[in-house]
Design a protein around this ligand. Structure first.
Ligand SMILES: NC(=O)c1ccc[n+]([C@@H]2O[C@H](COP(=O)([O-])OP(=O)(O)OC[C@H]3O[C@@H](n4cnc5c(N)ncnc54)[C@H](O)[C@@H]3O)[C@@H](O)[C@H]2O)c1
Length: 445
């Protein structure tokens, strides 16, 4: 099938590459000319495991192409996927300008039947807005062309995006036209082999499903963080509690890790946007507000622990930071907890030596050159001359360091662990002061 994808970011690029991999003719359109030039050379601007090879292979095979030419994009695909960003507006609502820009372009250019498939995460009612914009543009040109708008939210996880797309746990198709459902079902057949994963529903429910999923996951994290803060004050160990509650199959072990807060391009903005949607219709979404507040507080937790440890004297102290990405296996730093800590340390006059296996370029792009921030090419370089170590992302390479060497390199044998990846007993034995999240009074609340 011929497919056009607007937006070549984490979602658009993965969608395009995977749909090309199974034999479709995919054209990806983006307004970022630099990005498109890079992609045309078979290079990708983000780190996502497996994606670079997939893009290069399909480009070479002639099934995948990239352009900034909107008219070419609209002419190419029966399916017009929208996978552009929906960042938070000032009031927390999802900013729909990019989605509606694409809708406008489609309406301005289309001359045959098109299925407009919205993959961006958008508030309930957006499909109606997309329809209205396309209708307006057609009316302006005095054209009558049929089209359908479908909500097909994306559930991929950064860091495992290619796998998630190739073997999705669900494919949600929100449409009011059964013929469109069948066409999309056909499109997704290669990803739907072992068992039926397609769930067709009405458009509004599909739009809400995406927010519901992310809000539920964010709620799990904030719940565990709330409990971790209680455990800290009560002299309990949240890691024991986590194991204790996970036995219950109604709770389970997935996604109940306490830590220094959730980040990334989805949870923070989606919880906010859903809360904003609720407010706009006169409903006070108390739980969602609490989820967000707990997370904001949690992102400040390590800074509070650090400030307390140093009695507020942070000026000119040197902090080694391991991990900048919001989670392992990505270079994405959008709303990452590392940013809250890094910025608080710099504002307090401290110096930061940060290392991340994949996000250094992204950090360079965000923070530019700053005398107090050194981006280091290895974990060891970040430690040299540092007072203490702070761990912010649970990359595998941080999980089992040589603690004896660490102890002799750091000026003080102190570790702040925002991801609870170390064994407190072992670290105490090795002579470290170990600050974790929710691991009990004996270990520095
Ligand atoms: N990143 C994720 O893990 C993830 C997962 C599921 C859903 N989503 C949702 O998918 C959407 C896209 O997220 P992302 O992380 O891929 O965003 P992104 O910021 O990585 O990429 C968006 C791309 O869209 C391009 N763009 C903007 N306006 C355009 C236009 N008019 N025409 C063509 N291209 C245009 C931008 O230049 C950019 O390259 C968001 O709504 C997000 O919430 C993201």
């Amino acid at each position: 099938m011929n497919i056009t994808i607007f937006g070549s970011g984490y979602v658009g690029l993965v969608t395009g590459a995977c749909l090309a991999e199974v034999g479709n003719e995919v054209l990806c359109v983006d307004i970022d000319a630099e990005k498109i030039a890079l992609l045309q050379e078979g290079r990708i601007p983000i780190f996502e495991p497996g994606l670079a090879d997939l893009v290069a292979d399909n480009l070479r095979a002639g099934r995948l192409d990239f352009t900034t030419d909107v008219a070419r994009g609209v002419a190419h695909g029966l399916f017009q996927f929208i996978a552009v960003g929906t960042p938070p507006d000032e009031d927390g609502s999802a900013d729909l300008q990019y989605v509606l820009d694409v809708a406008r372009s489609i309406g301005q250019q289309m001359s045959d039947y098109r299925i407009i498939v919205n993959k961006s995460t958008v508030p309930v009612g957006t499909a109606d807005k997309v329809s209205a914009v396309v209708h307006d543009e057609l009316a302006r040109r005095s054209k009558s062309v049929e089209f359908d708008v479908v909500s097909n939210p994306e559930f991929l996880k950064e860091g495992a995006a290619v796998d998630d797309f190739m073997k999705p746990d669900r494919i949600i198709i929100g449409t009011d036209n059964p013929r469109t459902t069948e066409l999309l079902r056909a499109l997704y057949t290669p990803f739907n082999r072992s068992r039926e994963r397609v769930t067709a529903m009405d458009i509004r429910s599909a739009e809400l499903t995406k927010y519901a999923a992310n809000a539920m996951l964010a709620t799990k994290i904030s719940f565990m963080n709330e409990l971790a803060n209680l455990a800290d004050r009560l002299g309990a160990d949240i890691e024991q509690v986590r194991i204790g509650i996970g036995f219950d199959p109604r709770i389970g072990y997935h996604f109940i890790y306490p830590g220094c807060g959730y980040g990334g391009s989805c949870f923070p903005k989606d919880v906010k946007a859903l809360e904003r949607t609720a407010r706009d219709i006169g409903y006070d979404a108390e739980l969602l507000r609490a989820v967000e507040n707990v997370n904001n507080r949690q992102k400040n937790l390590l800074f509070e622990k650090i400030t307390r440890h140093f009695d507020g004297a942070l000026q000119d102290r040197v902090f080694a930071l391991w991990g900048l990405a919001f989670k392992p296996n990505t270079d994405d730093m959008r709303d990452a907890p590392s940013r809250a800590l890094l910025e608080a340390l710099l504002a307090a006059g401290a110096q930061v030596q940060a290392y991340d296996p994949e996000a250094l370029d992204e950090a360079r792009r965000i923070y530019g050159k700053q005398a107090a921030l050194r981006l280091c090419e290895s974990p060891d370089t970040a430690l040299k001359g540092a007072d203490v170590l702070v761990v912010l992302t649970e990359w595998n390479e941080f999980r089992s360091p040589d603690f004896q060497r660490l102890k002799t390199t750091l000026k003080q044998p102190v570790i702040f662990d925002g991801r609870n990846i170390y064994n407190p007993g072992l670290l105490q034995e090795a002579g470290f002061d170990y600050y974790a999240v929710g691991r009990g009074k004996s270990l520095h609340p």
